[in-house]
Design a protein around this ligand. Sequence first.
Ligand SMILES: NC(=O)c1ccc[n+]([C@@H]2O[C@H](COP(=O)([O-])OP(=O)(O)OC[C@H]3O[C@@H](n4cnc5c(N)ncnc54)[C@H](O)[C@@H]3O)[C@@H](O)[C@H]2O)c1
Ligand SMILES: [Zn+2]
Length: 362
Amino acid sequence: MSLVQVNTEGGVYPIHIAAGRLNALAQSIPASTTAIAIVTNPTVDGLYGDQVRRALEESGKRVLTIMLPDGEEHKSWSTLNVIFDRLLAERLDRKALIVALGGGVIGDMAGFAAACFMRGVRFLQVPTTLLSQVDSSVGGKTAINHPLGKNMIGAFYQPVAVEIDTTVLNSLPGREISAGLAEVIKYGMIYDSQFFDWCGANMPALRQLNAPALAYAIQRSCEVKAEVVSQDERESGLRAILNFGHTFGHAIESGLGYGQWLHGEAVGCGMIMAAELSALVCGLPPAHVHAIRELVIASGCPSVPPAWSADKWLELMQVDKKTEGGQLRFVLLPHMGKAVVQTVEASAVREVLRRFESSTQE
Ligand SMILES: NC(=O)c1ccc[n+]([C@@H]2O[C@H](COP(=O)([O-])OP(=O)(O)OC[C@H]3O[C@@H](n4cnc5c(N)ncnc54)[C@H](O)[C@@H]3O)[C@@H](O)[C@H]2O)c1
Ligand SMILES: [Zn+2]
């Protein structure tokens, strides 16, 4: 088993990564816990619900399951209320433990519910998608969507532990694996060029769900995220580098309509575009741009952006959360393994978009 420690002001906690970890969940239940509420959805419950209930019942505590509908469209106030209704109806108290069993949607909702219920109860992250194992379950961001914006209502709230069972990825569709791999290779690009090279050498093994390769990729991703978040829990600076590729990626997601491309797919393509922009405005060598494109393609994510006018791209990117006073801000790579956040002239963005326009017409 590997262990990664997260150190934030909001909490110090372990991430345990191992095959079969679901069977050992009882070890992570605080002794004072009065009752355990598993928050999950029918898809994940059908696959792992019984196994997780059995493991948690070993603690001798009362265990109940709160079932939410599956899908990003349900990451909303009304679904959040389903959690509160049940917690109150079952008379759970401040010593209750909420267990988030599922992907990032479940993790974000269960985490936010834990932050609010009784002004805060403990919660355990049990992420079951690759994206949630390497990204959303670590660092304490929780949120729901508002009709006027994604992830707009939320809280920083750290779990008591993150329990990652690598074997659950065997049931995950290949597209979801590729989307998770986009965030994995992102960590190499922004923080660790050796890890980027390792991903290049091991991408076929990762896509075939080779267990040791996956375990290492998840561990290194969690380490990088933990290091970044430990330095900047509330995103006043450094944490923003985790958004590499996301300004273009979010434009793709919202321009096509959420759900057309998976988040990770849009980020994969967005990282190629951000690499081109980095070459233009801060000197990323062309060989590195090429390597980034090749690795995104090898991960199984799309590499050709939608063919929109530059005006449409710029309009979509204006609403990005990094935008300050109308100025476009991007995460850029001066070289592989190093990221900076800086404002970029619209003319430079237009130049990059023009290059992609000609590439899609070839
Ligand atoms: N809090 C953060 O820091 C953070 C970071 C990144 C993303 N997010 C959020 O995460 C969400 C996306 O998460 P996601 O990509 O995990 O999507 P998801 O939670 O929707 O899961 C994808 C699909 O896979 C299913 N599934 C989950 N585990 C499975 C398994 N082991 N086998 C088979 N199917 C399984 C789910 O039921 C769902 O249908 C978004 O809402 C995003 O905003 C949050
Ligand atoms: Zn992301």
